[in-house]
Design a protein around this ligand. Structure first.
Ligand SMILES: Cc1cc2nc3c(=O)[nH]c(=O)nc-3n(C[C@H](O)[C@H](O)[C@H](O)COP(=O)(O)O)c2cc1C
Length: 182
């Protein structure tokens, strides 16, 4: 089984990139092949309107290709203003116009690292909605890391082994879910 993984932030030192890498390493322990990508490779211009037959931007085409080659994905995303970032909605809107819809039938684990004490759950709950609208099987369990700036070290690893154990358990559960679906 193969999973696409990325953190939905281009920020240098992104906590969500680090979390996505930790999730990728955890999935690899279960024999899963992981295609880890930088979010910047999926960059798309702001979607305002596409003329019939208009070409999709390269970032959206690459995302669609990566999805086609994977059984599912693990996305770590920041919470922006109690929701998920507009750049992620933009990417989803672009690929939602392709037929067949590249997200349809894919399994997905959502994760969030946030500098706040809440942990990003509000953004994840909102992000489920467009994914499910497009036929993605979003795993019921999600992983949030509150106070992530303090919970991770400079190398992007957990300071507390209990957090690693919690992530491993969530990823293990998701891998079973994704295997059953594929
Ligand atoms: C525009 C913006 C809005 C934010 N809103 C929230 C929020 O609603 N809840 C929250 O927990 N953190 C919020 N944050 C803080 C992010 O959790 C923090 O910047 C985090 O490090 C972003 O993820 P990254 O490190 O992967 O880039 C916000 C940050 C930005 C830039």
């Amino acid at each position: 089984m193969k999973l696409l993984a990325f953190g939905a932030s281009n920020r240098e030192g992104s906590l969500n990139r680090s979390l996505a890498k930790l999730a990728a390493a955890s999935a690899e322990k279960h024999g899963v092949a992981v295609d880890f990508r930088e979010f910047g490779t999926f960059d798309t211009p702001l979607y305002t309107h596409i003329e019939p037959g208009g070409a999709e931007p390269e970032g959206a085409q690459l995302f669609a290709r990566c999805l086609a080659e994977s059984n599912g994905m693990m996305i770590a995303l920041p919470e922006y203003n109690w929701s998920y970032p507009g750049h992620l909605k933009n990417l989803i809107d672009w690929i939602s116009r392709a037929r067949p819809v590249p997200l349809a039938g894919k399994s997905c684990l959502l994760l969030s690292a946030s500098t706040s004490a809440v942990g990003g759950i509000r953004g994840l709950l909102h992000f489920r909605q467009p994914l499910e609208a497009l036929g993605t099987f979003v795993h019921p369990k999600m992983f949030t890391l509150a106070n992530a700036g303090n919970e991770m070290d400079a190398k992007g690893e957990f300071k507390d082994a209990a957090q690693q154990k919690r992530l491993d358990a969530t990823v293990a559960d998701f891998v079973t879910f994704a295997r059953n679906l594929s």
